[in-house]
Write a protein that binds this ligand. Structure first.
Ligand code: ITT
Length: 193
């Protein structure tokens, strides 16, 4: 029987991207569909610990098999920042545009634009936890371009592409993406389990 997993996230873009990869290999139930309306805590200083916290919180509330993911943009010239602080880089209550503005300002005049997105998935299946990682290397562009996607997509050009994630359709982004790579590992695990 197809596995059903509650996805512990409040980010609809993540749900859409992962559903596009998962197809009908497994069934994703959003927390809204599971009747939960909470701001899931992310208090830790690693992606792994935050992913764990999110899946464990939702597992406690639903008792169901579930997964979460935490993603960070790690910029080489900024010693890996914004990293685990990617969502709140420009401060609490600031939006994606403020985060992008701060990133471009901090990289002004810097030639090394290397960066990577890193996603960590925490799966809780039959009360045991499993972690999966996906990395996408690329560069931060000088200017933002494109309107698709979310977050830092307008300034991230993955290696092997000439355009930003925000200039790609979701399926094109999924050819390169950190999230897709982590989900592929999750799918392989569920297949063999
Ligand atoms: P959760 O409910 O799943 O926690 P979130 O939006 O808070 O959703 P994260 O903490 O994992 O998600 O994400 C940190 C930030 O990193 C997010 O707000 C985006 O700005 C950025 N980000 C994550 N994935 C991205 C992607 O694929 N493309 C561009 N930016 C991304």
């Amino acid at each position: 029987m197809k596995t059903s997993l509650v996805f512990a996230t409040n980010n609809q873009h993540k749900v859409d991207e992962i559903r596009a990869v998962a197809g009908d290999l497994f069934n994703i139930i959003t927390i809204k569909e599971a009747g939960i309306d909470i701001d899931i805590p992310e208090p830790h200083d690693t992606l792994e610990a935050n992913a764990s916290e999110k899946s464990k919180t939702i597992h406690r509330l639903t008792g169901k098999n579930c997964f979460s993911e935490d993603t960070g943009l790690e910029v080489a010239a900024l010693n890996g920042e914004p990293g685990v602080k990617s969502a709140r880089y420009a401060g609490d209550g600031r939006n994606f545009q403020h985060n992008i503005d701060k990133l471009l300002l901090n990289l002004k005049g810097i030639n090394n634009r290397k960066a990577q997105f890193r996603t960590v998935i925490s799966l809780i299946l039959d009360d045991k936890e499993y972690l999966f990682e996906g990395v996408c290397e690329g560069n931060i562009s000088e200017e933002q371009k494109g309107l698709q996607g979310f977050g830092y997509d307008p300034v991230f050009v993955p290696d092997g592409a000439a355009i930003s994630f925000a200039e790609m359709t979701m399926n094109e982004k999924n050819k390169y993406s950190h999230r897709k790579k982590a989900v592929a590992k999750l799918i392989a695990f569920l297949h063999d389990h």
